[in-house]
Design a protein. Sequence first.
Length: 98
Amino acid sequence: MDNVDFVKLWKSTVDRKGTWADFISAYREATDSEAKDESLKSSCSNRLNGIRKELLDRGISKEKVAEALPSLRRETKTKDFSGVIEFLKLEGQMENAE
């Protein structure tokens, strides 16, 4: 995948308010990659940082680069824990958890 298609995929994921997992899934589908998710994330993150650095090196302001290639929203670490908390409450192992 060339850099233009890479950036298009990135911007599409950002516009959909996607996450890294969404981007990696779309990237894998587009490239038929069989690499592990963490390996792909590392590679794609390095590639994206390289593109951002090149834009900065060419005199484009940090603000314009951030606007053109915004970060993905962060995945919350607690999104799937409400079920766990309810289970532990029922088991009597957590009394005051919310």
